[in-house]
Write a protein that binds this ligand. Structure first.
Ligand SMILES: CC(C)(COP(=O)(O)OP(=O)(O)OC[C@H]1O[C@@H](n2cnc3c(N)ncnc32)[C@H](O)[C@@H]1OP(=O)(O)O)[C@@H](O)C(=O)NCCC(=O)NCCS
Length: 212
C-alpha cells in the first residue's frame, strides 16, 4: 500500500530537523548496495526512469498502492528526483532492484517513517509484473529486513497492506511478520475507500534470529 514518496514525507522534508530524522547509521553519500543471489539493490539512477515508469505505470502494480498508476514518463523522472531529495534529508530510503545478470531494474523497495529513537520503520516494495512469482520480491525484502535489523539496529518493522493483496501478505508472513491490526476505510484511492492490515516484525521474532 505504501507509496514510495508519500505526501507525508513530502511535507516533512521541509519541516523536520535533519538530525531528528536521521539514524545514527552513517549513510554516507548514497544508499549502500545490498546484494543477494540474484539481485543487486542500489540507488535509483536518472537512467532508470523508463524502467520505473514500466513498474509504476502498470495498473496491476498500482492496484493496492496508495497512489494511482503513473500516466507518463515525466512522473517517473520526478519520482527519481524526489527519492534522491528525500534520501538527502534522510527521510526515505528507496532502492532499485536490479537483476545481477543483466542490471535491468525490475522493482523498488523502501524504508520510510524511520523513527530512530523508537527503532522502527515501515517498508514497502513493488516489482515489475513480468517478474512476479519467481521469489525475487522475497529476496529483496529479506535483504532489506536484514539491513534494517543488522545495520540500522532497528527493533521493529511495519507494513500497511490492503487485505486483498494476497501476494504481499503471503510474502510478509513468510518473513515472520504478524498481523497486528485492521484499519477500516484508511485509504481513499482508485475511486473507492479501502481497509488496511497492519503487520509488524520484531527483531527477535525473525525466523532464525537468536535472542537479541
Ligand atoms: C507484492 C509483490 C512484490 C510480490 O511479488 P512476487 O514476485 O509475487 O513475490 P515472490 O515471488 O517473491 O513471492 C513471495 C511469496 O508470496 C507468495 N505469493 C506470491 N503471490 C501470491 C498470491 N497471489 N497469493 C498467495 N501467495 C502468493 C509466493 O508463493 C511466495 O512464497 P513461496 O516462496 O513460499 O512460494 C508483487 O505482487 C507486486 O509488485 N505487487 C504490486 C505492488 C504491491 O502491492 N506492493 C506491496 C505494497 S504493501
Amino acid at each position: 500500500m505504501l507509496d514510495p514518496v508519500m505526501a507525508e514525507a513530502h511535507i516533512r522534508v521541509h519541516t523536520l530537523d535533519m538530525a531528528e530524522a536521521s539514524s545514527s547509521f552513517d549513510w554516507g553519500k548514497e544508499l549502500p548496495r545490498l546484494v543477494g543471489p540474484r539481485l543487486d539493490l542500489h540507488p535509483l539512477r536518472p537512467c532508470d526512469a523508463r524502467a520505473v515508469f514500466e513498474i509504476f505505470g502498470d495498473p496491476k502494480v498500482a492496484e493496492y498502492w496508495s497512489s494511482p498508476a503513473m500516466e507518463d514518463l515525466a512522473e517517473a523522472v520526478a519520482l527519481i528526483d524526489e527519492v534522491q531529495r528525500c534520501f538527502d534529508a534522510r527521510l526515505l530510503f528507496q532502492w532499485g532492484l536490479c537483476l545481477r545478470e543483466t542490471d535491468e531494474l525490475i522493482g523498488t523497495c523502501t524504508l520510510c517513517k524511520l523513527d530512530h529513537p523508537n527503532r522502527h520503520a515501515e517498508l514497502g516494495f513493488a516489482l515489475n509484473r513480468k517478474y512476479w512469482g519467481q521469489g525475487l520480491a522475497m529476496e529483496a525484502v529479506a535483504l532489506l529486513v536484514d539491513f534494517a535489523f543488522e545495520k540500522l539496529d532497528l527493533h521493529r518493522l511495519e507494513a500497511d497492506v490492503d487485505p486483498n493483496n494476497a501476494a504481499s501478505l503471503a510474502l510478509l508472513e513468510k518473513l515472520g511478520f504478524q498481523r497486528e491490526g485492521y484499519l477500516r476505510e484508511r485509504w481513499h484511492i482508485h475511486g473507492g475507500v479501502h481497509d488496511a492490515v497492519l503487520l509488524g516484525l520484531l527483531r527477535h521474532e525473525r525466523p532464525g534470529a537468536g535472542s537479541q
